[in-house]
Design a protein around this ligand. Structure first.
Ligand code: DGL
Length: 277
């Protein structure tokens, strides 16, 4: 089991922001990433459907890659399916919301925290609830920015159009006097420079991927699952249910590692994979 890879999943390339942190903090771990781009976006879908997709992907990664840990590198899927997956799988399953909420609580000084995420994550209200559970002495301002996902998937990260979309999307948060903003969708850290620019330097941006990767390191040690090989940077495996060239281009830009050569995975393979464990 120790030699098995860590599995990460997202609806698209956003989860690569978590993968990058995992690869940085855990350089000897093998990783396998699946971006379900054919069924993106997850944000507008209802929780039951997102849970079904997450279950299919978890089953595929268990069967095909024998993963020893699953990181749900998607806030929408974490909100919808984390507790179900933790119940159904026999391996540790990590989500991004609790680590992101914890980071925000630790970062804020004025106790006014903004959260931007997909429609589904905001509708679930999980960030607000989790932040308040960890420290009720906070005010949380939640805002859905679903169209930021489209910018990232189109690799439109710094054009005038992207800047205008980000500015308009964040407008409702401008007069809230927040000092901390959670990027509660794993696609959003790819827009970090634009988001920081629009919010101004006084606002601390929280990328839940960083704390999630730290949580994964602790869990590997706790469960004695860390890879003992001592071999640095083993090859990572990538799957997309969408267009491989588009995935490779975005992944190469973001990871700046050895060239990414993703495998194309038909959605039908996922829908036929049901057995978990
Ligand atoms: N990256 C995903 C998240 O963190 C979802 C984007 C989408 O498919 O709507 O929520």
């Amino acid at each position: 089991m120790q030699n098995s890879p860590i599995g990460l999943m997202d609806s698209g390339v956003g989860g690569l922001t978590v993968l990058k942190e995992v690869q940085r903090l855990l350089p000897t771990e093998k990783t396998v990433f699946l971006g379900d781009q054919a069924r993106l976006p997850y944000g507008p879908r209802d929780a039951a459907e997102v849970t079904t997709f997450t279950r299919q992907i978890a089953a595929f990664l268990r069967q095909r890659a024998d993963i020893k840990m699953l990181i749900i590198a998607c806030n929408t899927a974490t909100a919808a399916a984390l507790s179900t997956m933790q119940r159904e799988l026999t391996i540790p399953v990590v989500g991004v919301i609790a680590p992101g909420a914890r980071s925000a609580v630790q970062a804020t000084k004025n106790h006014r925290i903004g959260v931007i995420a997909t429609t589904g994550t905001i509708k679930s209200d999980q960030y607000r609830q989790t932040i308040l559970t960890k420290d009720p002495n906070n005010q949380v301002f939640s805002l859905a920015c679903q169209n930021f996902v489209d910018l990232v998937e189109a690799n439109d990260l710094d054009s005038d159009h992207a800047r205008a979309v980000v500015r308009a999307g964040l407008a409702p948060l401008q007069d809230r006097n927040i000092d901390t903003l959670v990027m509660g969708c794993t696609h959003f850290p790819l827009l970090r420079p634009l988001i920081q620019d629009v919010m101004g330097p006084a606002v601390t941006l929280v990328d839940p991927g960083t704390a999630t990767a730290k949580m994964a390191t602790s869990l590997l040690d706790y469960w004695d699952l860390a890879n003992p090989s001592g071999v640095a940077h083993p090859a990572a495996v990538y799957y997309t249910t969408g267009d491989v060239d588009r995935f490779n281009k975005l992944a190469d830009n973001w990871l700046k590692e050895t060239p990414v050569r993703a495998h194309q995975l038909p959605v039908a393979t996922l829908t036929q994979t049901t057995e978990v464990g």
